[in-house]
Design a protein around this ligand. Structure first.
Ligand code: 6LW
Length: 532
């Protein structure tokens, strides 16, 4: 029986990578189209984690303008060398497989000597190779090797995409420049070899690779060489180290990274999905709202080969008591006066200007709505948090007195600009009352609206009830009971976007906007809370 909660990081946290510095562990995951990018989680036991900041906090590091869902920041690798922490990643600026649009990303790394110091991470040093899932490895002779996932360079470029292979080359770390031509070190029979990490243990080099794609065929394999990063690589007899079927309680397992504890014990983290409709084939990582999360496994070694999770399938495990739910899962923000929002709030894309204040009204988050509504590919005035529990209720209280009919503020359950459900306060078209507008997707990019007049000009409570099968949005004036609108099904809320991929998970948020104009009245939120 697992001795800890698994997943160790709930809410979408795919592609985990971690380091140990003394007795401190630091872990990061992919953040795609959300800003700030690359969360830095800290732990002392690999089980309970605290979000302590982000590596990409400035537009000079991460300028996400109108990237499609699932573009942006993919698959980081976290490494520590000579007192410096490094995180590699890549930035997809355009990514729409449906239209065969893939602007191959440039990989980069950022570094710091103090992960606890806000904004301490460097601006990116870009590599000169296209690709994703970058990995850095320092060899004993001081050489630094970059591994990248890209289509096999040695195949006919005109033949289109023939899967993805791992390419490795020695680089000059200071400049990110390649010192030799990349060589293919792993190609997979599945057509997809990605998420690679090279580590050294005693006399062997180990190459860990995610294969089969991040859906239900996902798996983690390992190879070893006693000569160097270019192999020859010997297959592990235990391969795949971890995999799952669509009949398992935890699925899509893969994309692992390993860590050696100060005691010499080894652990591994990987991504996986907890399907909501058990035994239901999962086409892709997102037919359930929370997305791909980070799981922890024991690692043992036999004959100099690793064994993950005692060779067993991953299991979900949550504390028996509700109060054992780690604070990261259920939370309340009462909006204390501060320069910045508390950690865990995200914007969609990089905001072009600051449109919130925590100081203009005591104990309130004040949003000054910009011109982009929630369907915009730009960055609307919106702050979001990852949904971390399958069942729960998200609530807020809003003061908003719009003077013009095209301004709205409220709360949203957000999948991407093509799919969301929102409930907001607007000025009634009769010019007298205010009205509630319930907007939800009927199919990606298609929306329907329902309005109801509000009786008062006072605060309005807004809520989203979350369940495995649907979302139900409602509102209440004064001290009345909630008025609930008809539920929106999970199938609708987790549909494929027409452009890009839903590599993330569901987010719950607060917003304000004017239809192609700025809101001249502030939207004041007294709190935001998600309770399981
Ligand atoms: C990640 C890659 C992948 O970089 O998905 O499907 C990407 N495989 O390993 C985003 O999570």
């Amino acid at each position: 029986m697992p001795t800890h909660n698994n997943p160790i990081l709930s809410g979408f946290n795919p592609d985990p990578s971690l380091v140990r510095v003394g007795e401190d562990y630091y872990l990061t995951t992919s953040t795609f189209e959300y800003f700030p990018g690359l969360p830095i989680y800290h732990s002392r036991d690999l089980i309970s984690w605290t979000l302590i900041g982000h590596a990409l906090t400035r537009p000079s590091q991460l300028n996400l303008r109108t990237v499609e869902p699932g573009g942006g920041i993919w698959a980081p690798t976290f490494r520590h060398h000579d007192g410096v922490l490094y995180i590699t990643s890549c930035l997809w600026t355009a990514y729409s497989p449906q239209q065969n649009v893939r602007v191959w990303p440039r990989g980069f790394y950022v570094s710091t000597q103090d992960p606890w110091k806000a904004d301490s991470w460097s601006d990116p040093i870009y590599f000169d190779q296209p690709g994703f899932d970058q990995d850095l490895f320092w060899d004993d002779d001081g050489s630094v090797y970059l591994s990248t996932c890209f289509r096999p360079i040695d195949h006919d470029m005109k033949s289109g995409l023939k899967g993805f292979a791992i390419h490795t080359s020695k680089i000059d770390l200071a400049t990110g420049t390649s010192l030799e031509a990349p060589r293919v070190i792993r190609r997979s029979p599945s057509g997809v070899a990605e998420g690679s990490h090279i580590i050294r243990k005693e006399q062997y080099y180990y190459l860990f690779v995610a294969e089969g794609g991040t859906e239900s065929g996902h798996m983690e394999l390992v190879f070893r060489s006693s000569t160097g990063v270019y192999g020859p690589w010997e297959h592990c007899p235990n391969n795949p180290l971890i995999s799952a079927t669509t009949q398992d309680d935890v699925q899509n397992t893969g994309h692992a990274d390993l860590i050696e504890e100060s005691t010499g014990k080894w652990r591994a983290v990987c991504l996986a999905v907890r399907p909501y409709r058990q035994r239901h084939a999962l086409r892709t990582p997102y037919l359930q709202p929370i997305g791909r999360e980070t799981f922890l496994m024991d690692v043992t070694w036999e004959d100099d080969w690793p064994i993950f999770n005692q060779g067993s399938k991953l299991q979900l495990s949550f504390g028996a008591e509700a109060d054992s739910v780690p604070p990261i899962l259920k939370w309340r923000d009462s909006f204390e006066a501060s320069e910045h929002l508390s950690l865990g709030w995200y914007h969609k894309n990089t905001p072009l200007k600051r449109e919130y204040s925590l100081k203009e009204r005591n104990h309130h988050l004040r949003l000054w709505g910009g011109p982009y509504n929630l369907q915009s590919l730009e960055s609307p005035t919106m702050v979001l948090r990852k949904q971390t529990l399958a069942r729960g209720i998200w609530e807020t209280s809003l003061d908003f007195l719009p003077q013009r009919p095209h301004c709205e503020a409220g709360t949203v359950v957000y999948w991407n600009p093509y799919t969301f459900s929102s409930i907001g306060v607007r000025r009634g078209f009769n010019g007298e009352n205010r009205e509630i507008q319930f907007t939800h997707t009927t199919s990606p990019g298609e929306f329907t609206c329902t309005t109801q007049y509000l009786k008062s000009m006072g605060s309005v409570r807004l809520a989203v009830q979350c369940s495995e099968l649907e979302y139900t949005l409602g509102y209440a004036e004064l001290d009345e009971e909630y008025n609930w609108f008809e539920p929106v099904s999970m199938e609708v809320m987790t549909a494929d976007p027409p452009r890009g991929m839903a590599f993330t998970g569901m987010l719950l948020g607060l917003y304000a906007f004017g239809e192609l104009q700025r809101c001249l009245e502030p939207a004041d939120f007294a709190f935001a809370a998600f309770t399981g």
